[in-house]
Write a protein that binds this ligand. Structure first.
Ligand code: SF4
Ligand code: SF4
Length: 214
């Protein structure tokens, strides 16, 4: 059957009308920031304090784009008579984002929770060499990492939080004890001063120059 003349035009107009009445999905970036999902793979943040320089991330990275330098440091024994220990100190941690393929393997394999995904994405450069970002920048991105989702009601408190809470309580208790000790010492010093100030005039009177000779 021959097509009805003008049916193509009518179909086209129908599509246009349908599209016109739908809600637009265009994001007005950069005037408005996009609403990104919480698990967005924008960039990798480094939490340096957790990094033990185990090199696992650098070894497992399929693109070999993680650069780590470190040196060994000797730590004195924790208790008298103990043995000295050595530990790795991080000198350099850099990621070349011109090579990174955002696979997330480094984050998955890190045994010490030192690497995290950040939704930050505004780090385009005009020179490819500037896409190698050093530890300071990676640390800066760490503060843009979203908080983890809330635990299920009744879930066991994570052991890291328990350990952090206990450490904070211990520090607070030590500080309180120190403050109390300082306050006690200040009180004793004040008492001694009062007692001393009561005696001094008598002593001064006893040893007033010239009195003994009169
Ligand atoms: S995300 Fe993948 S490619 Fe990028 S640094 Fe990590 S392991 Fe390497
Ligand atoms: S795997 Fe984790 S702890 Fe080990 S070097 Fe990489 S970031 Fe540091």
């Amino acid at each position: 059957m021959a097509p009805i003349p003008g049916s193509g035009l009518a179909k086209g107009l129908a599509v246009t009308l349908r599209t016109m009445t739908r809600k637009t999905v265009t994001e007005q970036y950069p005037d408005a920031q996009p609403e990104l999902p919480p698990r967005t793979r924008g960039v990798i943040g480094l939490f340096e304090e957790n990094c033990t320089v185990c090199m696992l991330c650098a070894r497992e990275c399929p693109d070999w784009c993680i650069y780590i330098d470190s040196h060994k440091e000797t730590v004195p024994p924790a208790a008298p008579g103990g043995r000295e220990r050595s530990r790795n100190v991080l000198d350099r941690f850099a990621i070349d984002f011109s090579l990174c393929m955002y696979c997330g393997i480094c984050i998955e394999v890190c045994p010490f929770d030192a690497l995290f995904w950040s939704p930050e994405f505004e780090y385009a450069e005009t020179d490819i060499r500037e896409l190698t970002h050093e530890r300071d920048k990676l640390r800066e991105w760490m503060w843009t990492v979203p908080a983890p989702p809330a635990l299920d009601p009744g879930a066991e408190e994570p052991k890291e939080l328990v350990a952090a809470r206990k450490a904070a309580e211990k520090i607070a208790a030590t500080q309180q004890a120190e403050q109390a000790e300082q306050a006690g010492q200040a009180g004793q010093a004040g008492q001694a001063e009062q007692t001393g100030s009561g005696e001094r005039p008598q002593q001064a009177e006893q040893h007033r120059p010239g009195e003994g000779n009169a």
